[in-house]
Write a protein that binds this ligand. Structure first.
Ligand code: FUC
Length: 799
């Protein structure tokens, strides 16, 4: 029952159309990253991208370096034999062992017959599984110039998605402006010198392996190559092109590169393409033709026109949300961003969190566009020929976290690549479901890539986990909850149904309580001691799986009712849902991560999988399940704060959902610790690199997105038709304002607060319908009409 039904009263409050999302145009000064020196490593360079092509800007003086990437640059290939053919033969035995409490033996057998020997940690380049990798490097080497450099500045403007490098040398002002256009599918680099003819440089394009470069005409370069397929299939073919336009200058291209002499205003255009043709993995696109066509299409267009189209496109997304935390702190905004990051711990800069928040939105717009591939572990930015964990899609938290802030920050359409990836797993995942479980439906385990990999990963302890189909389905369902788009639900319903079909076919009854549980599975990457002191990761019915399946079955039941389909299946799901293991609290007051209270090997383990029900799920809430919420808080306390970047980011969301804003902010403070620019896994703690990329370490973009979602959840939480304003506002964010946050049920919310108290809010109803807005213990009931905006003052909220 919703609050509206319970209260049985309506108040058509304060109907007043007023602009949403127009507040605070004045916050622009907080929307820049800027530095007074060139980057010397990836984690100092500035990322730009159009959802497909990415670039990291180093911004040197003698040498301007641009690390290029393209998000389908995966080695490996589609491999139908990734599924072990006889796995299903061993399933009954593995389950028997689990039912008998012989987890170690079950794990051994799982390792023997279920897992697949793909490399997990980033050595996938020469295997079928493959790895995401960089495209190559564009370099401009300038003529020797010993004159000292003054006034160097390297910046990235988030609202226009444009970077600029400027300095003065020998009395000449130089400026280099760069953007990657989504509407025109090219990277545009403009160089300007304020003394005519002062630009002398050589432009080169290169890659450390598997590529050849040639001159094209008098002003261009073409790099082409093919990645390792890792086996019998065809490796990915790719091409990148450079074209230099330099009116009044001398330009000629040869094998060494494009030589530019006496340039004043020079444009360097870059296009790139691969033959990856969507998730089906067919190689039909022609990268040579595609990259040539992209350059041809912009020929004759002025850079100003290209820039205007780019900025209009980018702002279409970016301007939907504005955020100001605390009073503007112009002194901090003026500090170079790396210095500002270092000074954050001194306090007095709450608006840094707003910059971080908008940066993540910037990164999502730059790395995930409808029709393309989802943001991977590094978004779409990469260098070299391997990336940590193969830069793939990890399903046990990472890829989902990438999309946590999408819906709530007005970018729900940008999650389409995640939905498309999920839908694409139905076909390979159906085969995996058959071969391993003899089940209908579809399944994917801990990892997937652009080649449709769905088998259990290399080691049972982390690769053998069954929750992914449900968690990926959660994002589809959540998009429906935010958008109310029935056509979308109808289109993706088969994905949800197939995931539910898999679980309905595979759940088994455990002997003690007769609950229905997954087996074999694990609680992502965690390990426990068995009674005999041996360690095991493989279990049945980890809490997370049960929570996820409870969500999924509930969603499919509701969706099938909405769509008037599958009445019989609905009944089956309802019956099975009632028999799932409940969320349990152990003797020590913590949520049980497993069916029983095992002793943990690593008390501070980074994953908090069993708290999925608190966030992003909603089976635990302080309001509806206060005892479970208290147990979740206890679990979090014991787990501790310090961990990997994404784990700290996750905890921001969890504390926000426990209503503890100060604790959530403490986690953000931990996350905003400067990480040394080369922080690597196992060497240093998590934090933030100079370019504000999250340091897992290493760089993982999930931390950026997860923390940003956490900031939203501190300010606004929602269920369909139920909105909580400022549910976890920390004391240090005494004043602020936000516009354009999205709530489930199709509402857009603006808020302003002072001295820690709400001053006013507007709720804009996209679709209309009932909505209860809560502020603290008080609430206001709205019967909304599509397209109308409702202005709320604190006095409108009553008990
Ligand atoms: C999961 C995490 C690791 C890392 C990897 C990419 O396996 O447990 O910490 O984030 O994904």
């Amino acid at each position: 029952m919703t609050g509206v039904e319970r209260a049985g009263r309506w108040c058509i409050a304060l109907l007043l159309a007023c602009g949403v999302g127009t507040a605070m145009a004045a916050t622009d000064t907080n929307l820049q990253l800027h530095y007074n020196k060139p980057a010397t490593s990836f984690n100092e360079a500035l990322p730009l991208g159009n959802g497909r092509i990415g670039v990291m800007v180093y911004g040197g003086v003698a040498e301007a370096r641009y690390s290029l990437s393209e998000n389908s640059m995966f080695s490996g290939s589609r491999y139908d034999d990734a599924d072990r053919k006889d796995a299903v033969k061993y399933l009954p035995r593995i389950r028997q062992l689990l039912l008998a409490g012989k987890n170690v033996e079950a794990e051994w057998l799982t390792n023997q017959h279920f897992t697949w020997n793909q490399p997990a940690h980033g050595e996938g380049a020469a295997t079928h599984y493959g790895t995401f990798q960089g495209l190559g490097t564009l370099r401009l080497d300038f003529a020797a110039n010993d004159a000292p450099v003054h006034g160097y500045r390297r910046s990235l403007d988030l609202r226009s998605a444009t970077s600029e490098v400027s300095y003065e040398q020998g009395g000449v002002h130089y400026r280099r402006t760069l953007f990657v256009s989504a509407p025109d599918q090219v990277m545009v680099l403009q160089l300007h010198a304020d003394r005519a003819g002062a630009l002398d440089f050589l432009a080169t394009l290169g890659r450390s392996e598997r590529a050849s470069v040639q001159a094209v005409g008098t002003d261009g370069l073409l790099m082409q190559g093919q990645l390792d397929s890792g086996g019998s299939g065809e490796g990915l073919k790719f091409a990148a092109r450079v074209r230099v336009i330099a009116p009044g200058a001398t330009v000629h291209a040869d094998r060494a590169g494009v030589h530019v002499r006496n340039g004043t205003d020079v444009i360097v255009l870059v296009s790139a393409a691969t033959d990856y043709d969507g998730f089906a993995g067919r190689h039909t696109a022609d990268p040579l033709a595609a990259s040539a066509a992209d350059l041809r299409r912009v020929a004759g267009r002025s850079p100003d026109a290209l820039h205007a189209a780019h900025v209009a496109d980018f702002r279409y997304w970016f301007d939907r949300v504005a955020l100001q935390l605390g009073a503007p702190n112009h002194a901090r905004e003026r500090m170079p961003t790396d210095a500002r990051l270092a000074a954050y711990a001194d306090g007095g800069d709450p608006d840094f969190a707003a910059l971080y928040f908008q940066y993540a939105r910037y990164l999502l717009i730059s790395s995930s566009r409808p029709g393309g591939l989802p943001a991977n572990l590094q978004g779409l930015w990469a260098e070299g020929t391997s990336t940590p964990w193969n830069g793939d899609y990890h399903t046990n938290v990472n890829i989902e976290m990438n999309y946590w802030p999408a819906e709530s920050t007005g970018l729900g359409e940008l999650a389409q690549p995640l939905f498309a990836l999920t839908a694409s797993l139905q076909q390979p995942g159906a085969k995996t479901a058959q071969r391993y479980y003899g089940a209908r439906g579809w399944v994917v385990h801990t990892l997937t890539n652009i080649w449709g990999f769905t088998a259990p990963g290399a080691e049972a302890s982390w690769g053998m986990w069954q929750g992914a189909p449900a968690w990926l389905s959660f994002h589809i369902w959540d998009h429906y909850r935010y958008s109310g788009d029935r056509a979308f639900l109808r289109r993706y319903y088969p994905v949800l149904r197939g995931a539910a079909r898999f679980y309905a076919d595979t759940l088994i009854e455990e002997p003690e309580h007769h609950w229905l549980v997954t087996a074999p599975s694990s609680s992502p990457e965690n390990t426990v001691y068995m009674d005999d002191g041996r360690k095991a990761a493989i279990v049945m019915g980890p809490a997370m799986d049960e929570e996820l399946i409870r969500f999924l079955f509930g969603a499919v039941i509701e969706a099938s009712e909405t769509l008037h389909v599958d009445a019989g299946f609905r009944r089956e799901l309802a019956a099975k849902r009632a028999r799932l293991a409940p969320i349990q609290v152990g003797a020590d007051g913590r949520i049980l991560e497993y069916l029983k209270a095992y002793r943990e090997v690593e008390v501070h383990h980074r994953h908090m999988s069993h708290l999925w029900a608190l966030f992003p799920g909603d089976q635990i809430t302080p309001r509806h399940t206060p005892k479970l919420a208290a147990a979740a808080a206890r679990s979090l306390d014991v787990r501790g704060d310090d961990s990997t970047g994404w784990s700290e980011a996750y905890k921001v969301n969890l504390w926000a959902h426990l209503g503890d804003g100060n604790r959530a902010l403490r986690l953000l403070d931990v996350l905003f610790k400067p990480a040394s620019r080369d922080a690597r896994i196992g060497h240093e703690w998590a934090g933030t690199y100079p370019n504000l990329f999250n340091a897992g370490p290493p760089f993982q973009i999930d931390g950026n997105f997860g923390a940003t979602s956490g900031i939203v959840e501190m300010l606004l939480q929602s269920e369909v038709g139920d909105i909580r304003l400022l549910p976890a506002l920390p004391d240090a964010w005494r004043q602020g304002e936000v516009s354009g946050l999205h709530a489930r049920g199709g509402f857009v919310v603006d808020m302003r607060w002072q001295a820690g108290k709400l001053v006013g809010a507007t709720v804009h109803a996209i679709r209309g319908g009932p909505c209860v807005a809560h502020y603290g213990e008080r609430e206001v009931h709205l019967a909304t009409t599509a397209g109308q905006t409702y202005r709320l003052r604190p006095s409108d909220f009553t008990r």
